[in-house]
Design a protein around this ligand. Sequence first.
Ligand SMILES: [Zn+2]
Length: 71
Amino acid sequence: MTIGGFQSGFSARKVPRAEVKWEQFLICSHGCEEVIQLISHVSGEVEFELCKIEAERMGNVLLAAVKTESC
Ligand SMILES: [Zn+2]
């Protein structure tokens, strides 16, 4: 299932851990069973993936960065 997307060229989807593309690069010490993948609109390939907890953290970090007052 693909969830939305954004204009910078990626869409996101959630897959079971068994379907991870690069298991050896997945940083997850939580034992997450679900992984978020970012798929490039250009190549159609999985360009980035991270576990559910890390994805949530990344989302929060991005939101915090967006809301930061620039100097
Ligand atoms: Zn995890």
